[in-house]
Each structure stands twice: as structure tokens, then as C-alpha cells.
Design a protein around this ligand. Structure first.
Ligand SMILES: *[C@@H]1O[C@H](CO)[C@@H](O)[C@H](O)[C@H]1NC(C)=O
Length: 308
């Protein structure tokens, strides 16, 4: 039997009544549009207002670009499947989806770690902040993040293109997720699973350790500050990043650490949908609502606009 002859996959149908489909469609559509426009607005604002020309906001712009790309790689297809009922996806599209998704998510893990380092320098060695976080280092760090993301997605693409699918072509997820695809394949997957585990260690554990050590130093510094007001002020300069970290790492760690039963799969799928759709929407919101600088930047922009 030639396993590779038929190249199309199908997403497993949602077991929901029809009016829920509509509800889901409009819910996800709104979230998608809000997250793309929110991130675009944030990028525009940072570039337009010199007050926001700091490493943290440049990193944030990079994060926004990654957010836009990875929701656009997954959600539009999900929306079209939900509304049209046509659940087929060609192998090449599946590959593209996975490529862009893992590219951006991998880069994001890395970038979040570098942002933690940025906060560490700002809080623990504030006098050297401008020397250490110079534009060259920022560009280098961002390039490393994008490069890591690329290597990650390249590895995933190589793995995926080596899989054979003879048994089933029904993807029980709402996008082409590597873990789901591996489970689906009829190849010998022991070697592949070792590869994936090694990769998870590199991509998940190293940034996590960097984040943990940065925040340990930050906490030590904050605890040693005498005045409660100073303590609060210092803490609030890293609170946005901390919230994003929890949002980003919480569910993804949870979904990998908690063993999955067959019966919780449907729930998991819904949870990961929410998480993939919501986190990119929350990033710009968290940063702009928690930072006075962003409000100030908007004011400046409005003032400038009034003058014309
Ligand atoms: C990403 O970060 C780098 C370094 O700070 C910056 O030069 C670049 O403009 C950022 N990219 C975007 C799209 O904001």
C-alpha cells in the first residue's frame, strides 16, 4: 500500500450543535481581529513615539509581529472550516501552518527570556542599563530569537515530511500540531519522539532557566529596597512582563505535563484554541493598560495630531 499517495488531511469535526458553531465562529473571529489590530496599533505607536524607543518596547514589537504571524497561520483556517464545514487540508498547507506556527512560538519563548534579561538589567544594574542594553545587543538578541524559531520550525518540518500516514488522515486538533501528527502517523516514532523531547529541552528548559534566574535576582533586589513605594514602583516595571510570562508558560506547561486521557482530548482542544487565540490579544492589552508610558505616548500623539 502506498501510504503517501493521498496527501490530504481532514480536521476532525467539532461535536457541537450548529448554533454553537456560529457562536464559536464569531467569537474567534472577533478575538482574531482584535488581536491583529491591537498588535498592529502597538507596533505603530512604538514607531511613531520616540518616548517608546526603548529596548523593552522594541522587543514588544517583535513579540507582536510573532503574535500576528502565528494567529494568522492557524485561526483563519479554523474559521473557514467552522463556517464552511469543509474540513480538508492539503499536506502542503498543513506543513505551512506548522512551519509558521512553530517558527513564531519558538521565537517567542526565546524572546520572552531575553525580555526577562532586559528587566534584570533594568532593575539589578540600573546604572549600566544603557551601556548593556545597547542597540547592537538588542538587534543581536532579536536575531537569535528569530533564528532559534527558524531552526525549531525547520526541524519540525523535516520530522513531518518523514512521517508516513497509512491509518488515518483525521487530525484531532484545530491546526496541524506536530504532536497530533506524530500520533497519527504509522511510522516508527520512537526515534522521532526522542528528537522532539531533546528539542523541547532546548527550547523550553533553557529559556525557562534564564527567566527563573533573572527573576530570582529581581526578587532579591526588590526585597532589599527599603521604602514600600520604591519597592512597588520597581515591581510594577516588570509586572507586565511577568503577567505575559504566566499567560504564555502556564497553559503550555500544563498541557505538556498533565497526562492526557482520551476523554479529555476534546476539552484540551478547546482549551488550546482559547489559549492560542487569547494570548496574542492580551499581550498588547496587558502592556498598554499597565504602563503609564503608553498612555503618555497616546496623549503625545493626539497632541501632535491636533496641531495639524
Ligand atoms: C525587533 O527588535 C529590534 C531590536 O531592538 C528592532 O531593531 C526591530 O525594529 C524590532 N522589529 C520590529 C518589527 O519591531
Amino acid at each position: 500500500m502506498n501510504c503517501t499517495e493521498e496527501r490530504d488531511f481532514h480536521f476532525s469535526p467539532l461535536s457541537l450543535p450548529f448554533h454553537f458553531h456560529l457562536l464559536l465562529f464569531f467569537g474567534i473571529l472577533v478575538i482574531y481581529l482584535v488581536s491583529v489590530s491591537g498588535n498592529l496599533l502597538l507596533i505603530g505607536l512604538v514607531y511613531a513615539v520616540p518616548l517608546l524607543h526603548t529596548p523593552m518596547y522594541f522587543f514588544l514589537c517583535n513579540l507582536s509581529v510573532q503574535d500576528i504571524v502565528y494567529v494568522s497561520a492557524t485561526l483563519p483556517k479554523f474559521l473557514s472550516v467552522t463556517i464552511s464545514g469543509d474540513s480538508g487540508i492539503p499536506f502542503s498547507d498543513c506543513m505551512m501552518q506548522m512551519f509558521f506556527f512553530t517558527f513564531c512560538v519558538g521565537a517567542e519563548f526565546c524572546l520572552l527570556a531575553f525580555m526577562a534579561y532586559d528587566r534584570y538589567v533594568a532593575i539589578c544594574v540600573p546604572l549600566c542599563y544603557t551601556t548593556i542594553m545597547n542597540p547592537n545587543l538588542c538587534v543581536a538578541l532579536c536575531s537569535v530569537a528569530w533564528l532559534v524559531g527558524f531552526c525549531n520550525s525547520f526541524a519540525h518540518a523535516v520530522i513531518l515530511s518523514n512521517l508516513f500516514f497509512c491509518r488515518s488522515r483525521v487530525i484531532s486538533h484545530f491546526y496541524c500540531d506536530l504532536k497530533t501528527m506524530i500520533e497519527l502517523s504509522s511510522s516508527d516514532i520512537t526515534k522521532i519522539q526522542t528528537m522532539v523531547s531533546v528539542e523541547c529541552i532546548f527550547l523550553g528548559v533553557i529559556p525557562f532557566v534564564l527567566i527563573l534566574s533573572s527573576y530570582t535576582c529581581i526578587i532579591v533586589t526588590i526585597v532589599n529596597i527599603q521604602s514600600p513605594a520604591g519597592r512597588w514602583k520597581t515591581f510594577s516595571s516588570c509586572s507586565s512582563h511577568l503577567i505575559i510570562l504566566i499567560l504564555f508558560y502556564g497553559p503550555s506547561l500544563g498541557s505538556y505535563l498533565i497526562p492526557q486521557s482520551e476523554h479529555s482530548k476534546q476539552q484540551n482542544k478547546m482549551l488550546s484554541l482559547l489559549y492560542i487565540a487569547l494570548v496574542p490579544m492580551l499581550n498588547p492589552l496587558v502592556y498598554s493598560l499597565r504602563n503609564k508610558q503608553v498612555f503618555r505616548a497616546v496623549e503625545l500623539l493626539i497632541e501632535r495630531y491636533r496641531k495639524y
